[in-house]
Design a binder for this molecule. Structure first.
Ligand code: FE2
Ligand code: FE2
Length: 211
């Protein structure tokens, strides 16, 4: 059992404390991914006029619950829909937020970014958008280099490309899209304004699996 963090780090030096906590929570290769996501999220933030420190922090924290066992994920983030129950891994963003809140972390923008990195950013949270894009396109993944490059010039365009690609891929495979991902899709400017020619996806898709 890991002892709770009772106070927030309030100086840049103290951030090593949170990084160390994440390092202890995840597998070594995951931690390498986490650091690449944090670096890329910070670059995306800088390129788009966002809070670089917050983006880095959200990148460091985003996968804090990623390597927890299913039972722990289900305890920290009770399922909201059938997909959650069938695929507890999809809960690791929400579980991570719960964990951080219990440990005294209070930055709501960062907490929301952690929560939404699995299913898609909501409500115009730009830090969440930067982390979402960094997570799917960091160099270690070996995919989505074009999304990464796009985000370093135009985060909105990169987000649109990433979410539309994901929803289109899942639906093409007959895989049910998570309701939160559908909501992110429907919040995209191109989808919120049907005049753009982009159709809304159906509310549900035919099968019962996720990503
Ligand atoms: Fe993740
Ligand atoms: Fe990740």
């Amino acid at each position: 059992m890991i002892a709770p963090v009772l106070t927030l780090p309030d100086s840049p030096a103290a951030w090593t404390g949170w990084e160390e906590r994440v390092r202890l929570m995840v597998r070594p290769r995951r931690f390498e991914h986490v650091l690449r996501v944090a670096d890329l999220a910070a670059q995306i933030a800088a390129a788009n006029g966002l809070d670089v420190a917050r983006a880095y922090a959200a990148g460091v924290l985003h996968d804090i619950a990623r390597d927890l066992p299913d039972a722990e994920l289900l305890r920290l983030a009770p399922p909201e829909c059938e997909i959650d129950g069938l695929h507890p891994l999809a809960l690791h963003g929400r579980a991570g937020r719960t964990l951080l809140e219990r440990w005294g972390y209070t930055d709501l923008v960062v907490l929301e970014a952690v929560e939404d990195h699995t299913t898609g950013p909501r409500g115009g949270n730009r830090i969440a958008q930067a982390v979402y894009i960094a997570d799917v396109s960091e160099p270690g993944r070996g995919v989505n280099a074009e999304i990464r490059e796009l985000a370093l010039h135009d985060l909105n365009a990169a987000l649109e490309k990433a979410i539309i690609s994901k929803v289109t891929y899942l639906q093409g495979k007959g895989i049910t899209v998570h309701p939160r991902t559908l909501r992110s899709y429907q919040e995209l400017p191109c989808c919120a304004h049907p005049a753009s020619g982009r159709p809304h996806p159906p509310a549900t898709a035919p099968s019962s699996t996720f990503q």
